[in-house]
Design a protein around this ligand. Structure first.
Ligand code: GDP
Ligand code: MG
Length: 153
């Protein structure tokens, strides 16, 4: 079912320190996405190097991992129609300077190295990231009472 697509969304340490957790969760909730997993965690350098393995050759890789281990992270899984693509749109562009107002990065951040949130960039990477960040028993399958008020079928 298309409305069962899942994406991995994280609030990075700067988003947590700046007190933006509630606001970011609220945007996904109000849009109509369903939360299926949520935790605060500090998984450490090795885990974050794995999470960002694709970027390991980039000159900013060490700064990126330092940034990600600098404080707690809120790790989440959200479910819904086109959750991956729509989640990316809600975050805005990687560089906040290119992010439109109305997006999370466009409303709350200024620099690429402090862009407050993460979202999977494809269904394939979402599945990979969800498995990396969560055990199966941390994903909660539940039916939203609002389903038929959000989807026509
Ligand atoms: P995302 O999928 O939009 O988060 O972007 P990427 O996967 O390309 O990069 C991962 C993260 O690395 C970004 O969210 C930024 O925090 C960081 N990053 C990307 N490009 C740069 C850069 O040019 N400089 C710095 N300092 N950080 C960057
Ligand atoms: Mg990315």
């Amino acid at each position: 079912m298309a409305s069962r697509e899942r994406t991995f969304i994280a609030i990075k340490p700067d988003g947590v320190q700046r007190g933006l957790v509630g606001k970011i969760i609220q945007r996904f909730e109000e849009r109509g996405f369903k939360m299926v997993a949520l935790k605060i965690c500090a998984p450490g350098r090795a885990h974050l190097e794995k999470h960002y393995a694709d970027l390991s050759k980039k000159p900013f890789f060490k700064d990126l991992v330092d940034y990600m281990v600098s404080g707690p992270i809120i790790a989440m899984v959200w479910e819904g129609l086109n959750a991956v693509k729509c989640g990316r749109m809600m975050l805005g562009e990687t560089n906040p300077q290119a992010s439109l107002p109305g997006s999370i990065r466009g409303d709350f951040s200024i620099q690429v190295g402090r862009n407050i949130c993460h979202g999977s960039d494809s269904v394939e990477s979402a599945n990979h990231e969800i498995a990396l960040w969560f055990n199966k028993n941390e994903l909660v399958n539940w039916e939203s009472a609002m389903y038929t008020w959000i989807y026509e079928v």
